[in-house]
Structure formats: C-alpha cells, structure tokens
Design a protein around this ligand. Structure first.
Ligand SMILES: NC(=O)c1ccc[n+]([C@@H]2O[C@H](COP(=O)([O-])OP(=O)(O)OC[C@H]3O[C@@H](n4cnc5c(N)ncnc54)[C@H](O)[C@@H]3O)[C@@H](O)[C@H]2O)c1
Length: 337
C-alpha cells in the first residue's frame, strides 16, 4: 500500500487516480489546510473505488504513527507542504516548520516502520537564478529566490545526505516544472484558496468572471515577446511521472533526481493567446511591473526521465488548457459545491 501525504491537494489527487487505476492500494493523509474532502469523493467517483483517508498533520508524530500501524505501507509519495511563494517571504518559519520539519517527522516514522521508499515533490526552483535556460539535473543548484524554494532545496539536500549515510533508503526527487490542467473528466482540478498565485488558475478565474483582469508581470524580459517563459505540463502527465518513479524505486536504493517537464517553454503572452483560442473567451490584461524574484525564462531538459523512467509528457498545451477550462467552467467555485 502507498501512503500519499497531501493526497487531497492538486497534484496528489490526480496522482491518486493514476495509482488506483494502475492497481495500487493507497491511503491519503492530509490536514486539508489547502484542500477539500470533496476531492477524495471525486477520486472515488472517478475510480469507483473507496479511498482510505486519514485527516492529520505530518508534523504530528502520533497521527503519522497511527497510519503506519493501521495500514501495510510499503512506500510514500510525499506532496504535503505549503507552496505559496509570496506567503513564504512573510512567514518563513511556517514554511520551515511545515515543509522541512514535517518531512523530518515523516522520515522518522518511516524509519521506525522500516519503510524506506519515498517519492518527493521537489521543484525547478532548486536550480535558482541560473543563467542557463534549459535546466538539466547535473547542473549545480542555485539559491532559490524565495523561502518556499529554499525549503525544497534543504529537503533535497537532507535526502541526499540520508541516502549517503543509510544505504537502505531509496529517494526520488521529482523536480516539477509548471503543472497546469485538470483531470479530463472535469471532476478534479486545481482549487486555489483566495486569489491564485499561478498564471493559469488566475486566467481561468478571469474567464469565469471572478476576477476582472490579468496582470502580466513584465513585458521587457529578454524573450521573443518580452514576457516570461515557463515549461507548462499537464497534471496528468505529472501524475504519471510519480507512478513511473515509484515503479523505478522498487527494489533499489539510492538518491535519484528527475526533471518532470515537457522540454518546451511558453511565454505568458502565448499562454493567454492559446487560452483565448481554445475557449473563445477574451482575457483582458494589463502590463504590470516585474515581480521580485521572477526570472526571465527556463524549461526542463527531460531526457533523463525519458531514458531512465520511460516517461515523456504526452499532452499538448491546447489539451492542458481545454481540460483546465472544462474543470473551471463546470466548477466555478472549485470544490465548494
Ligand atoms: N503546483 C505547483 O506548481 C508545484 C510545483 C513544484 C512543486 N510543487 C510541490 O508539490 C506538492 C503538491 O503541490 P500542489 O500544487 O498539489 O499543492 P496543494 O496545496 O494543492 O497540495 C498540498 C496538500 O498538502 C496538504 N498539507 C499541507 N501541509 C500539510 C501538513 N503539515 N500535513 C498534512 N497535509 C498537509 C494540503 O492540505 C494540500 O492538500 C507540494 O509539496 C508543492 O510544494 C508544486
């Protein structure tokens, strides 16, 4: 059985569907600080399977112990954590506690229960403000420009040191680029609390009329149209990457790192245009100053994941946006039905 921490959240819920459909038994552990129990019901609806769910916090050892005592857990996929970049600059300690301390607690309980396989949600942010635009795993890491990213860097380094000291562990550090989109059935998707921090959820909320217009932060970057470039990938492709990483770790030990991205960069302007083409809705926007800490352009070199995991992103940008729009237009208030 696979424990999915943070499995009620955006990426975790899609990964839960992929794992169940691949025949895995799962248990979801989540404190619902940024998610809804309705997501668990939707996973059940999509897969026609009951999903064991435990409400709890990874920082609370007793709650984690109970899960490991109750379920025969063999491996963990660890999504639980806080992820709002801006908030992490205002509340660094909350991020250090939730992300770093929470991961330490989880590893301790895994150790006590002789579970040594962990897939970790890392991020392209660990490359820092690197001059090279195509990020590849062998590059030296940089200092992330925000405290959220810093927690990802610290956790990656902790896992590396643990794998060196205690050879029974197997870790997969998955460096995500920019996940967007939603389950194609329109029942699961991203449901940010308050004003979205990320481009696509923001655009989608402008399109349904919840927000008036989009701010494009900077049109004077050194990119073809002046707006920032990122590597957007479909959340279902990302979920599939977790399945492949889990399968790869089985029977192995060591610390492994894979970028998960499409290998293609898209500018903010291209995203807005594609959204307008796919949905037929025009998105009012204005140009705003650059945001502190944003970098001009980066995308994944995803060859390592292709060669070692047999994973390659399948979905086009049009499909990502079509699926996002299907979710957003059918669930304008997210899981608050
Ligand atoms: N979405 C992205 O763009 C992105 C990019 C790179 C990395 N990541 C990482 O991937 C993971 C999942 O991201 P997401 O977009 O699905 O975020 P999300 O907020 O939707 O999911 C995280 C889940 O973890 C839960 N959680 C948070 N703290 C917890 C705690 N202490 N105990 C138990 N549960 C807790 C939340 O309630 C939520 O359901 C996060 O670790 C995030 O940092 C996300």
């Amino acid at each position: 059985m696979i424990l999915i921490t943070g499995g009620a959240g955006y990426i975790g819920s899609h990964t839960a569907v992929v794992l169940l459909q691949a025949g895995y038994d799962i248990v979801i552990f989540d404190n619902l600080c940024n998610s809804s129990k309705v997501a668990i019901e939707r996973i059940e609806q999509i897969t026609s399977q009951p999903v064991p769910f435990v409400e709890g916090d990874i920082r609370h050892e007793r709650e984690l112990q109970q899960v490991f005592e109750r379920y025969p857990i063999e491996a963990v996929i660890h999504f639980a954590g806080l992820k709002a970049v801006g908030e992490s600059m205002q509340k660094p300690l909350a991020y250090f506690d939730n992300n770093i301390n929470g991961t330490v607690q989880l590893l301790q309980v895994m150790q006590q229960h002789h579970v040594h396989q962990l897939v970790f949600s890392s991020s392209a942010t660990v490359y820092g403000d690197n001059a090279t635009r195509e990020f590849v795993e062998i590059m030296p890491l940089g200092m992330p420009t925000n405290n959220y990213g810093y927690t990802k860097l610290v956790i990656e380094q902790m896992l590396e040191k643990m794998a060196q000291a205690e050879p029974q562990w197997a870790f997969a550090n998955l460096r995500y680029f920019n996940p967007i989109g939603a389950h194609p059935g329109g029942l699961l998707g991203e449901d940010p609390q308050g004003i979205p921090n990320n481009l696509l959820p923001y655009v989608a909320q402008v399109a349904v009329g919840k927000l008036a217009s989009l701010n494009i932060f900077g049109n004077d970057y050194d990119t073809p149209d002046g707006t920032a470039i990122r590597d957007y990938l479909h959340v279902m492709d990302l979920a599939q990457g977790h399945l492949k990483a889990l399968q790869y770790l089985r029977g192995k030990t060591g610390n492994f790192i894979w970028n998960l991205g499409t290998g293609q960069g898209q500018s903010v302007q291209q995203i807005v245009q594609t959204f307008e083409q796919v949905t037929g809705i025009s998105i009012p926007y204005q140009i705003a100053p650059r945001r502190a800490g944003d970098i001009a352009a980066f995308w994944a070199n995803a060859n390592k994941a292709q060669n070692e995991l047999g994973w390659k992103a399948q979905y086009s940008l049009d499909t990502m946006i079509k699926d996002l729009w299907n979710w957003q237009s059918h669930n304008p208030n997210g899981f608050n039905t």
